[in-house]
Design a protein around this ligand. Structure first.
Ligand SMILES: *[C@@H]1O[C@H](CO)[C@@H](O)[C@H](O)[C@H]1NC(C)=O
Ligand SMILES: *[C@@H]1O[C@H](CO)[C@@H](O)[C@H](O)[C@H]1NC(C)=O
Ligand SMILES: *[C@@H]1O[C@H](CO)[C@@H](O)[C@H](O)[C@H]1NC(C)=O
Ligand SMILES: *[C@@H]1O[C@H](CO)[C@@H](O)[C@H](O)[C@H]1NC(C)=O
Ligand SMILES: *[C@@H]1O[C@H](CO)[C@@H](O)[C@H](O)[C@H]1NC(C)=O
Ligand SMILES: *[C@@H]1O[C@H](CO)[C@@H](O)[C@H](O)[C@H]1NC(C)=O
Ligand SMILES: *[C@@H]1O[C@H](CO)[C@@H](O)[C@H](O)[C@H]1NC(C)=O
Ligand SMILES: *[C@@H]1O[C@H](CO)[C@@H](O)[C@H](O)[C@H]1NC(C)=O
Length: 750
């Protein structure tokens, strides 16, 4: 028996490397075509499948379970088994394809006896354990290996392989570790066959000599290289510039260091260069302009410095330019207006400067997402943006923009997300009168502008269909005066409302409970008076399971950054991760906490601190079984801490400091873990020591007296101005953004 005799199959296959890129679907179709072709061939061979292959397959099946079970029976011809394909001449297995077949178990070492196999696809199963050591050296005809989306572990053995046929290797989304061995890639690349190599989403630490540099000759086969989502600490692989036909290079979400090597700019076929979330330094050289086929350039969350190349606009095919969270300086290059295919432009969290209103956005008719937040741009809100009709999301927050929103903005009919917080814009009422015309707005973040204007309280704002799509509305930190505007009661889709850090007077409006979708309310740091309205205990989403389940919190066009009170800045890519919350801290609220509060079963955060609440802590709070944070500090609460609170299993943050509580702090449950500081400033309170709360953790100095620690309202406002912690502003920890893990406060639902 000689080599592969599946001639028909092979002839067709040989077209593959010379064909330009084919998407997975095309490949699949081609592959199915070949299969059908073979299956439909009249079968002259009466012989059953080769005995060696037969046994190898039975061994493979014996090590895995699947549901429904593999219909492989020892009595039948293995060439007829599900997922198996043999060549015609000598009935050797050339293909085993069982993707997503529910296989669970280890890969039998006998698989290496399938020496004629060219295609092995066991992706999307639950295969465990390591690969057989000699897999690559044994399966010398293997062209396509797809083991992606399994639970495979261990190192890939650096076999002294002569494998030369490999075209596609997909080991992605497993748990392989150790070094990415270069050996089989070296031989496959050298033989000019390997087109796709995907090891993304594993735990590889490193590679050495990944790309053979030998005599500096080009490796013309490799088109797709994906090393992303590993723990690689090397530099960009040397020799990458020799992969002259590379179309997609992805190595993001590692710890790659060093600069972008010049050789990367040799890759004239490159369509996608994706290196986000690494530690790359240095500038983006002008060489990037050689990459004229580039469609996706994403190097966000690195430490790149210097300007954006002034001629970047010569990359006329560019669709996604994502360079956010770096240290880029200089202006937005004028030439960028020539990249007319641009759809997503994200440069937030850099040090870019210049008058934004002088940039002409109008040629960018395909632009859907623009994020220039947290830079040093000046000037007015760029009017040319109003002609970019495809825009769905704009963030210009955290710059030094001045002026007003112009009526032309209503031309942006698809606009759903607008964040201009933390600028120097004026005329809030005018802005809202205009924005009312943007019928599709779902997220509107205007915080920290409009200083000392009256709160927009134009009754007509909520008229008819005004803001009827709005889900997130943030107007914090504007020093607004007046009362909570009643037109907000008409925003039936509102889910999150932030009016914190203003000078709002009057009472907490009970009508908030009439908003059927509201689950996040921040009225903290205002001048509100009166009691905790009983109506608030009937907020539908916080009290009724049906209402809570009904709320659509799945989608948001751009992430929002939320830093309520003293919590750390959080990025939310979905509203579903935003914890249901009521923040009323730092007002002048008084009276007792109503017992009806026990109805807010779905609330995660309740913050009533820094008010004048009196009376006892209602026992009913123990019914708030989803509570994660309860802050009642700095009030005048008296009586005992209800022992039932220890049943709140998710409670991870608790404070009653500086009240007038008495008796014994409950023990057991979460209560053993809360630090002494949660309770201090209550002279009548007896705090039992626990292993986690032993004596040495108690404060060094005696608790300060109330008057000293409690700051005046003026001081509070000053602090607010200094820290600027509102919706859409908190860029403080920018480098944790866009991590693969979404930081969350609340537990993740579903
Ligand atoms: C199992 O395979 C045999 C042929 O090998 C076939 O006749 C039978 O219908 C198959 N059963 C199922 C449940 O697929
Ligand atoms: C393996 O099978 C899956 C599911 O059919 C398919 O999506 C994938 O493209 C196949 N892999 C290769 C390399 O053809
Ligand atoms: C590599 O595999 C992952 C899935 O594990 C997939 O998302 C990614 O697109 C693949 N990379 C390339 C370049 O095809
Ligand atoms: C960013 O660049 C500025 C000047 O270009 C430099 O002073 C600063 O240290 C850099 N920051 C980081 C984090 O690299
Ligand atoms: C945009 O492209 C045109 C034609 O290619 C060129 O003449 C012009 O200089 C470019 N504009 C900028 C700002 O680079
Ligand atoms: C505020 O904006 C409105 C609407 O654009 C406009 O009519 C009004 O003149 C503006 N007020 C000031 C003081 O600029
Ligand atoms: C209230 O203001 C005080 C300063 O007076 C500050 O320390 C505290 O963090 C604020 N509390 C909340 C919950 O915002
Ligand atoms: C807690 O809720 C249950 C029913 O949901 C109710 O029977 C019980 O009385 C409540 N407990 C308190 C302390 O409100």
């Amino acid at each position: 028996m000689k080599n592969n005799k599946a001639t028909s199959f092979k002839e067709k296959k040989e077209e593959v490397p010379t064909t330009p890129w084919q998407g997975p679907k095309t490949q699949l179709l081609l592959f199915l075509g070949q299969w059908l072709f073979l299956v439909l061939l009249p079968s002259f061979a009466s012989a059953a499948c080769d005995q060696v292959d037969h046994e190898a397959l039975l061994s493979l099946a014996s090590k895995v379970s699947s549901s429904p079970p593999l219909n492989w029976s020892s009595s039948t011809d293995c060439c007829l088994w599900e997922g198996i394909l043999c060549n015609q001449d000598d009935q050797r297995v050339i293909c085993a394809s069982l993707p997503g077949r529910g296989l669970s178990g280890v890969i039998s070492p006998y698989i290496t006896n399938l020496t004629y196999i060219t295609h092995l696809n066991l992706s999307w199963n639950s295969l465990l354990g390591p690969l057989p050591d000699d897999l690559f050296s044994s399966l010398r005809h293997l062209q396509v290996l797809d083991l992606s989306f399994n639970h495979l572990v261990g190192q890939l053995s650096p076999s002294s392989s002569q494998t030369t046929a490999l075209q596609t290797v997909d080991l992605s989304s497993n748990s392989f570790n150790g070094s990415i061995p270069s050996s089989f890639i070296v031989s496959a690349v050298s033989a000019g066959s390997l087109t796709t190599f995907n090891v993304s989403n594993n735990s590889f630490c490193c590679f050495s000599g990944l790309i053979p540099i030998n005599n500096g000759s080009n490796h013309t086969s490799l088109s797709f290289l994906d090393l992303s989502y590993n723990q690689l600490t090397d530099t960009i692989p040397p020799g990458i510039g020799l992969c002259s036909k590379l179309q997609v290079f992805r190595a993001g979400f590692n710890s790659l260091s060093g600069s972008l090597p010049d050789e990367i700019f040799n890759l004239a076929d490159l369509r996608q260069l994706s290196l986000p979330v690494n530690s790359l330094t240095g500038p983006i050289n002008d060489g990037i302009m050689n990459l004229t086929n580039l469609q996706i350039l994403e190097i966000f969350s690195n430490q790149l410095s210097g300007p954006i190349p002034s001629q970047i606009g010569s990359l006329s095919r560019l669709e996604n330019l994502l360079l956010h969270i770096n240290n880029l300086t200089g202006p937005l290059p004028v030439s960028l207006a020539n990249s007319t295919k641009l759809s997503a432009l994200n440069l937030r969290v850099n040090n870019l400067t210049g008058d934004l209103s002088s940039f002409n956005f109008s040629p960018l008719q395909r632009l859907t997402t623009l994020d220039l937040g947290k830079n040093n741009f000046t000037g007015e809100f760029p009017k040319s943006l109003y002609s970019c009709k495809s825009l769905t999301a704009i963030r210009l927050a955290g710059n030094q923009l001045t002026g007003q929103i112009s009526p032309e903005i209503v031309a942006l009919e698809s606009l759903a997300f607008l964040s201009i917080s933390n600028n120097n814009m004026t005329n809030a009422t005018g802005a809202l009168r205009i924005l009312k015309g943007c019928k599709n707005l779902t997220t509107l973040i205007l915080s920290k502008n409009f200083l000392f204007e009256p709160v927009p309280d134009d009754k007509s704002l909520g008229d008819l269909d005004g803001f009827q799509s709005l889900r997130v509305f943030a107007l914090g930190g504007c020093q607004f005066t007046g009362q909570v505007p009643t037109w907000l009661a008409k925003l039936k889709n509102l889910q999150a409302l932030d009016l914190s850090f203003n000078l709002i007077t009057g009472s907490v409006p009970g009508w908030l409970a009439s908003l059927p979708n509201l689950f996040y309310i921040d009225l903290s740091n205002n001048l509100l008076q009166g009691g905790f309205p009983n109506e608030l205990c009937r907020i539908p989403v916080l009290t009724l399971k049906e209402a809570s389940d009904k709320v659509d919190r799945t989608y948001i066009e751009l992430p929002v950054f939320v830093k309520p009170n003293s919590a750390t800045d959080q990025q939310y890519n979905q509203l579903s991760n935003l914890p249901p919350a009521i923040y009323l801290s730092n007002n002048s609220l008084n009276g007792s906490i109503p017992i009806e509060i026990g109805q807010l079963k779905f609330i995660h955060v309740l913050d009533l601190s820094h008010n004048n609440f009196s009376g006892s802590i209602p026992d009913q709070i123990s019914n708030l079984t989803n509570l994660e944070k309860l802050d009642l500090s700095y009030n005048q609460l008296s009586g005992q801490i209800p022992a039932s609170l220890k049943d709140l299993h998710f409670l991870s943050s608790f404070s009653v400091e500086y009240n007038d509580l008495q008796g014994l702090v409950p023990s057991g449950g979460q209560f053993d873990a809360f630090p002494i500081s949660s309770f201090e400033g209550n002279p009548g309170l007896c705090i039992p020591l626990t292993p986690k709360r032993s004596c040495h953790q108690s404060p060094q100095s005696p608790p300060q007296v109330l008057e000293v620690t409690r700051r005046s309202k003026t001081q509070t406002i000053l602090i607010a101005l200094v820290f600027g912690i509102f919706f859409g502003i908190g860029f403080g920890i920018g480098f944790s953004m866009d991590d693969k893990k979404i930081p969350i406060i609340g537990r993740r639902r579903k």
